[in-house]
Structures are given as C-alpha cells and as structure tokens.
Ligand binder design. Structure first.
Ligand SMILES: [Zn+2]
Length: 129
C-alpha cells in the first residue's frame, strides 16, 4: 500500500474517531465532506471521495461496529493509526497476511483479515491449534 493510499485511510480513521468521540463532529464532517476546497495544506493534492471507497458499505459496517462497542472500536482506530505510522497498516495481526482493500474500505480500523476475524469472533476466542 502506498503513502497516498494510507493517507486516505488515515483520513477515514480520524473522521471515525472524531465521530465516535462526539466532541469533534465538525472535524469529522470536514474530513468527510470538505476535502479539496477547504482542507488546504498537504491535503490539497489528495482529493478524497468517500464514494470511491465504498461509503454505503462503510457506513453500514461502521454502525454494526458501533453496536459492538464504542470503546473497542476507538481502541482499534487508535491502533490502526499507529500501524499507519509504522507502515504496517493493512496487514493482519494474526496471520500477517494482507487485508483486502474491500475490507479496509468497509472497516478501516480492522486489525484482522476476514478469515482471522471470523475465526476469532466465531466462538468468542481464538481456536486452539
Ligand atoms: Zn489473518
């Protein structure tokens, strides 16, 4: 994943984090809706179109995640932002495989690929080998 791509996910994560915290909704809105014209600075060369990254699915999955636990989601967002800084974003924590972009577009903060996530969440605990 190149820098330009991770930057887009970073924006998504920061917007989500803002929305979850509820204290910076204006900022989240700015990240989601006002990109090129008002963001300025280093964002000027990076148009973000949420439509390009599957907004509908994104919103849907996000709502589902919210229902699970806001705190867990927030922690996952923070961890994902750290992985972006470390250059490890998009890799599954469990199997170290690449997480498909379609999944990242739906759940940008996910630490696991589909396979590992279902394995981990299927019975509430990792399956012993
Ligand atoms: Zn995995």
């Amino acid at each position: 994943m190149n820098k330009r791509e991770t930057k887009v996910y970073k924006q998504m994560l920061m917007a989500l984090r803002g929305r979850l915290r509820g204290d910076v909704s204006a900022m989240a809105d700015a990240a989601l809706h006002k990109t090129r014209s008002e963001a300025g600075g280093d964002l000027s060369s990076m148009p973000i179109h949420m439509a390009d990254v599957g907004t509908d699915n994104f919103e849907q999955e996000f709502t589902l995640s919210l229902m699970e636990s806001e705190e867990v989601t927030l922690a996952q967002i923070e961890a994902a932002l750290e992985r972006i800084e470390d250059g490890a974003y998009g890799l599954c924590l469990e199997c170290e495989g690449r997480i498909p972009k379609t999944r990242l577009n739906a759940i940008p903060f996910t630490p696991h690929c589909v396979k590992c996530a279902s394995k981990l969440q299927g019975n509430g605990r990792p399956t012993p080998k």
